[in-house]
Design a protein around this ligand. Structure first.
Ligand code: HEC
Ligand SMILES: [Cu+2]
Length: 315
């Protein structure tokens, strides 16, 4: 049980919850106070100035300084809320460097989840207590929304790009996972759960079951099967960039733009190679749209990330 605010009434089971609850309660308090003050004033005036009452009905004008003062004061209060909200919001998207990646693919109508170890789950996500978890999410059809009320997390999951979120679970137990974006006839049954375990139990759970390649190993296998390595290797006769340690690196493009390579950039390089052509290379890479699944792309990204880690490059 969290001791902060809403947590007393509703499960607050992640590091994102207390900050969200504080902001929500503060907004509720100030808006509730204003609503109450206005309601009371309306009631008092309605009674005092009712028809037939013998009272002074002349108009009063507030001094200008007072009017300017209360306008600026409310503006300052709400800009303060904006800054506070923006700060809490931005925090949800800056994952710690040691966060465990979990790859999520939403589809009509289920959640497919995969750990870096290669272990797959459907409609269930096991996570360790007290360790940051970074969700890398995409959809293979409609727009879905990953919603865990007890964690105060909600993020649209959109086809054609990656969205991310991170959290650290602070309570053991099972918490409902819902889809919060109407995504077709069985939207309301797109339900799952998050299972928070003790780190030791989680490690055991992760290791149990069939021996399987890690996501990065699977990605490397796909890298060869799809022919990526035919161009992207030091031995290749095709002039193509080496991809080791690519993620996190600054890439200069043919058209003069430069950007930092991230998951979305790699994804676009595979599906829309003409979109961002690397400076100094011919646009000869074919699109792999239709040949690779969302899971393949996530595995290829995990492989590229692993090459960066091995080479001591940027994460
Ligand atoms: C026919 C050769 C060829 C094949 C096959 C190929 N690529 Fe490429 N790729 C290139 C070339 C050339 C570039 C640089 C020009 C550009 O950006 O389009 C490139 C660029 C990239 C980039 C951006 C690199 C950077 O430094 O910013 C990524 C990522 C990439 N390829 C991934 C892949 C993956 C993954 C596969 C396999 C699914 C693949 N490529 C298959 C030739 C190829
Ligand atoms: Cu959905």
């Amino acid at each position: 049980m969290s001791s902060t605010g809403l947590g007393t009434f509703v499960h607050a089971a992640s590091t994102a919850a207390p900050a969200t609850d504080r902001l929500f309660l503060a907004l509720l308090a100030i808006c509730g106070t204003a609503a109450l003050a206005i309601t009371c004033t309306v009631l008092v005036f309605a009674i005092r100035y009712r028809r037939g009452a013998q009272v002074e009905r002349g108009q009063v004008t507030a001094p200008k300084a007072l009017e300017i003062g209360w306008t600026l004061a409310t503006l300052a209060i709400f800009l303060g809320f904006f800054a506070w909200g923006a700060h809490v919001f931005a925090g949800l998207y800056r994952e710690p460097a040691d966060a465990l990646p979990v790859y999520v693919v939403a589809k009509q109508w289920m959640w497919k989840l995969q750990h870096a170890s290669g272990k797959r789950e459907i409609n269930e996500l096991h996570v360790p207590l007290g360790r940051p978890v970074h969700l890398v999410m995409t959809s293979q059809d409609a727009i879905h929304s990953f919603f865990v009320p007890a964690f105060r997390l909600k993020q649209d999951v959109v086809p054609g790009r990656y969205t991310g979120l991170w959290f650290t679970a602070t309570q053991l137990g099972e918490f409902p996972l819902l889809c919060a974006e109407y995504c077709g006839s069985e939207h309301s049954r797109m339900l799952g759960r998050i299972v928070v375990m003790q780190p030791a139990a989680f490690a055991k759970w992760l290791a149990a079951g069939l021996e399987q390649p890690t996501l990065a190993q699977y990605g490397f296998a796909r890298f060869r099967q799809l022919g990526c390595s035919g161009c992207h290797s030091a031995a290749s006769t095709v002039h193509a960039p080496l991809l080791e340690g690519l993620i996190g690196r600054t890439v200069h493009l043919q058209d003069g733009r430069s950007l930092v390579a991230d998951d979305n950039y790699v994804r676009d390089s595979i599906l829309l190679p003409q979109k961002d052509v690397v400076a100094g290379f011919a646009p000869v890479m074919p699109s792999f749209a239709g040949q690779v699944s969302e899971e393949d792309i996530q595995a290829l990204i995990a492989y590229l990330r692993a090459t960066g880690a091995a080479g001591g490059g940027a994460r």
